[in-house]
Design a protein around this ligand. Structure first.
Ligand code: MLT
Length: 274
C-alpha cells in the first residue's frame, strides 16, 4: 500500500488484526526483509512494515535526511492508520530511528524491540566511513554498496551456504536509489548519542543480537540491556547482524513471547538473558 506522508510517497504493508507491531528495517534494505515475520506473526497480531523514506517502494527524494524525519514519517503513518499505541521492532538503523521516535512519541510505545542496534553515536572514524560509502554509492552505484555491506550483514557461513538468502539481501540493496543510500548515511552519521536516553525508557524492552554480529556486537546489546530499566536480552546463536533473516524461527519466537505477554496486559517477566 502507498500513502502520501510529509510530502512524499511512503509504501507500507498492513496485515492481520490485534495488537499492532510496527517493523522498521535496516540500512540499506526495505520492508521485504520482514516477510517471514509478517507471515508468522500476522496470524495473531496486526503487522505493519514500512519502507522508510529512501527505500523500497517509498520515494527517495534528493534532499537532507534525518532519523528524526523518518520517526515523524512513522508517526504520521500511525495517525493515518488510527493506531494509538504499538509494539515497535527496529533492526539496526530501524533501532536508531526508534530512539528518535521514543524521544518524541514515547506515549505511542507499548513495547520496544531493539535488534542488532546500538545506542552510541558514530565515532569520528565511523562518520568518515559513512562519507566514504556515500562517495562510493555516488561513483559506483548500489552494487558496490551491496559488495561492501553483505559481509557486514550476514555470517560467513550464511554467505557460503545460503545462496538464495544472499541473493535476496543483494537484490534489496541494489534496488535502492543512490539518493536514499547517501541520505541514510548522512542521517546515521549525524545521529545523537542515545546512551543518556536509555535510563529513561520505561516501557518493556526486548533486546536481540546475533552472537556473531560484528556491526553491532553483543557488547553493545548488553550495554542497552544494563541501562534500560525494564529490558531483557536474547542472544541468537549462529546469526550475525540480520538475525531475523538468518534465524527467523528463533527471532519470531522471541517477538511472539514478548508481544503475547504485552497483549495480555502483563509485563514480560523480569529482566535477564535467554
Ligand atoms: C544497518 O544494518 O542498519 C546498518 O548496519 C547500521 C549502521 O551502519 O550503523
Amino acid at each position: 500500500m502507498k500513502t502520501r506522508i510529509n510530502g512524499i510517497i511512503i509504501a507500507y504493508s498492513d496485515r492481520g488484526t490485534g495488537l499492532p507491531i510496527v517493523f522498521l528495517h535496516a540500512f540499506p534494505l526495505n520492508r521485504t526483509m520482514w516477510a517471514q515475520q509478517e507471515e508468522a506473526l500476522s496470524l495473531r497480531f496486526r503487522i505493519i512494515t514500512v519502507d522508510l523514506r529512501g527505500h523500497g517502494e517509498s520515494d527517495a527524494p534528493l534532499w537532507h535526511y534525518t532519523l528524526e524525519q523518518s520517526a515523524e514519517d512513522v508517526n504520521a503513518l500511525l495517525e493515518q492508520l488510527s493506531i494509538q499505541q504499538a509494539i515497535f521492532v527496529g533492526l539496526s538503523m530501524g533501532g536508531y530511528i526508534l530512539f528518535a521516535f521514543y524521544r518524541k512519541y514515547a506515549a505511542r510505545v507499548k513495547g520496544l524491540v531493539l535488534a542488532g542496534t546500538r545506542a552510541q553515536a558514530d565515532t569520528a572514524e565511523g562518520k568518515d566511513g559513512r562519507f566514504q560509502m556515500a562517495q562510493t554509492a555516488y561513483k559506483k552505484g548500489p552494487t558496490a554498496i551491496a559488495d561492501i555491506m553483505i559481509p557486514k550483514l550476514l555470517s560467513p557461513a550464511t554467505i557460503q551456504t545460503r545462496t538464495a538468502l544472499v541473493q535476496q539481501v543483494r537484490a534489496m540493496i541494489e534496488n535502492n536509489q543512490i539518493s536514499g543510500i547517501a541520505g541514510d548515511l548522512m542521517a546515521m552519521a549525524e545521529r545523537p548519542n542515545s546512551i543518556p536516553l536509555l535510563s529513561q525508557i520505561t516501557c518493556p524492552t526486548q533486546i536481540i543480537v546475533g552472537e556473531l554480529d560484528q556491526a553491532t556486537p553483543p557488547s553493545d546489546a548488553k550495554l542497552m540491556a544494563d541501562q534500560i530499566p525494564n529490558a531483557r536480552l536474547a542472544i541468537i546463536p549462529g546469526a550475525a547482524h540480520l538475525t531475523n533473516l538468518e534465524q527467523p524461527e528463533a527471532f519470531n519466537q522471541i517477538i511472539l513471547a514478548f508481544a503475547a505477554e504485552l497483549a495480555k496486559g502483563n509485563q514480560p517477566s523480569g529482566a535477564g538473558t535467554f
